[in-house]
Design a protein around this ligand. Structure first.
Ligand code: HPA
Length: 273
């Protein structure tokens, strides 16, 4: 991990050539949720391909841009498209942009993803604020020699998602008359969706939603001491005993229907203290 700081500095150098902003928030937009980036008053944007050490997103439904500017009057740096372990990136590479956001000045991080609903009360198009996670990726971005300048060797994970931000998200949903669940996200390696037996197991171990991202980024953010809020757009119902086929197209389309609710919550969180 010792090489990380040098890489982050080189990436920052490239960004600083055209953006001097001090972001308060980093935002990672997942499958089907990238349109939120269009609401940003853009001050600078970068194709991932133009940023040294940045991986490149290969997933459909993901643009590949870092967008810097103002959202709801708050300075943000947002990823339109993220990096997944199933694309072949290591957990350290997948969470590299979080390090960059932190080095730019962001101390709060908002993550979003598309996920399958394990909780039988969840419906397609619902939104869930993540209150905790289970890492079934069996990968961790902090493997290797620890860089104490970046964070502790053994980071606490008793509350990786900020309880105050969770409360604020739920209050915002109530105030705007829509449902927002609070639940446990299970991070899977992918790229296959799960079998019935796997969905049954994920529910039995305490999962409410399953997806293929977010966990490495949340771990890197916890290591860096960032305040994290994360949301799942529920894109498919993972009912083991009446499971239909799941396709990526369906997932992206369903994420779209959750995007508006998410946008309302995101803007409320950005302006909360
Ligand atoms: N499983 C894992 N990842 C997902 C799912 C799912 O059912 N839906 C969207 N992303």
């Amino acid at each position: 991990m010792q090489h990380l700081r040098g890489q982050v500095e080189e990436t920052i150098g490239a960004i600083r050539q055209s953006w001097a902003g001090e972001p308060t928030w980093g935002i990672v937009l997942g499958s089907g949720l990238g349109r939120l980036a269009e609401e940003i008053d853009t001050e600078a944007e970068f194709a991932y391909a133009d940023l040294p050490h940045f991986p490149r997103s290969t997933a459909a439904g993901h643009a590949s841009r870092l967008v810097c500017g103002q959202l709801a009057g708050v300075s943000v740096v947002a990823m339109q498209g993220r990096f997944h372990l199933y694309e072949g990136w290591s957990a350290e590479q997948a969470s590299f942009p979080v390090r960059v956001m932190h080095a730019l000045g962001a101390r709060s991080l908002l993550l979003s993803n598309a996920a399958g609903g394990l909780n039988p009360q969840y419906e397609v198009g619902d939104v869930m604020v993540i209150e905790d996670q289970i890492n079934l990726m069996f990968r961790n971005p902090l493997i290797g020699v620890n860089d104490d300048e970046l964070g502790p060797r053994f980071p606490d994970m008793s509350a990786p998602y900020c309880p105050q931000l969770i409360d604020k998200a739920l209050a915002t949903a109530r105030a705007n008359d829509f449902l927002c669940h609070r639940g446990v996200y299970v991070g899977m390696l992918g790229p296959t969706y799960e079998t019935r037996a796997e969905y049954r197991m994920l529910r039995a171990i305490g999962g409410d939603a399953a997806g293929m991202s977010t966990v490495p980024e949340a771990i890197a953010a916890a290591h860096a001491g960032m305040r994290v809020a994360a949301f799942s757009a529920i894109t498919n119902a993972c009912s083991p005993d009446m499971l239909g086929e799941t396709t990526h197209e369906e997932v992206v389309q369903a994420a779209d229907s959750a995007a508006e609710k998410l946008s309302t919550i995101v803007k409320a969180l950005l302006t909360a203290n």
